[in-house]
Design a protein around this ligand. Structure first.
Ligand code: SAH
Length: 252
């Protein structure tokens, strides 16, 4: 049992009213190649298949009045129960959820893969969130028309961390958020673009200087653009003092 689970590829099971939206962009480029080669699996299931009345209705008007329609708890619960999800995380995409972070993405990527409920209309009946202990996850402080694009966002962020998907790029250690910092600026040829040169240090071949420059740039960018991330940075170990951000030398 345990060995079966550990050898099974990472799997995302998506419950949606629009299964035809999948794989969509997840079928292309890195994620798409990895999907085709079996490094992960995607199952999009139609919530409507769990509707029981003769009109196959999945929604109804909000209790208490107001505009729009609400996804029914009974239909959604039946759709969830039809999946043999075991201990896999059960998520529902929702603007009211906890904002998704790279840390949560890394946890989800390290597990067996989530079951993800996509809302539509005005959202879903609260009772199914409570009864099936769904974890509400938001991808940001704005409102989409449905959970599908939000689910794709979450899946894409997880898939690129799966072993073998990005090859040696997958270390992820230098990436934005991996150490509480935004990433340093990147450059490639040509050496001069519209009169702008690649910073000298990056073509110096001095790896220690490059690393120092990159850290300084990452710190400066983070302090300037994301003060809350900067404030949450660990203190300098010896002195217990907050680091001072260096000045940005590139960009803005
Ligand atoms: N009336 C709801 C919004 C419903 S939007 C509210 O004000 O909270 C319809 C569906 O889109 C939601 O059920 C959810 O699944 C999805 N959705 C919209 N915005 C989202 C966001 N920022 N993050 C994750 N899912 C979102």
């Amino acid at each position: 049992m345990t060995s079966d689970l550990s050898s099974a590829p990472w799997r995302a099971t998506v419950l949606t009213l629009f299964p035809e939206m999948f794989p969509g962009p997840l079928g292309i480029s890195l994620a798409g190649k990895a999907l085709a080669s079996g490094l992960w699996e995607l199952e999009a299931r139609d919530i409507r298949a769990s509707a029981t009345d003769k009109h196959r209705s999945v929604d109804d008007t909000p209790a208490g009045g107001g505009p729009g329609m609400v996804l029914r708890a009974d239909v959604l619960a039946a759709a969830i129960d039809a999946v043999d999800a075991g201990d896999r995380p059960r998520l529902v995409m929702s603007p009211r959820g906890r904002p998704l972070t790279q840390a949560r993405v890394a946890e989800l990527a390290a597990g067996a893969g989530p079951l993800i409920v996509c809302g539509r209309f005005e959202g879903i009946d609260q009772r199914v969130i409570d009864a099936r202990r769904l974890e509400e996850v938001s991808i940001g402080d704005y409102v989409l028309s449905g959970g599908e694009i939000a689910a794709m966002t979450l899946i894409d962020a997880c898939v690129r961390l799966l072993p073998g998907v990005m090859g040696k790029l997958a270390s992820g250690t230098d990436e934005s958020f991996s150490d509480g910092l935004l990433e340093y600026p990147q450059y490639t040829r040509p050496q001069v673009f519209e009169g702008r040169e690649i910073p000298d240090v990056l073509i110096s071949g001095d790896h220690a200087r490059v690393a120092k420059w990159r850290l300084a740039e990452a710190e400066a960018l983070t302090a300037a653009r994301r003060p809350e991330l900067w404030a949450a940075r660990p203190k300098v170990p010896e002195s217990g003092k907050k680091r001072k951000p260096p000045k940005i030398t590139t960009g803005e």
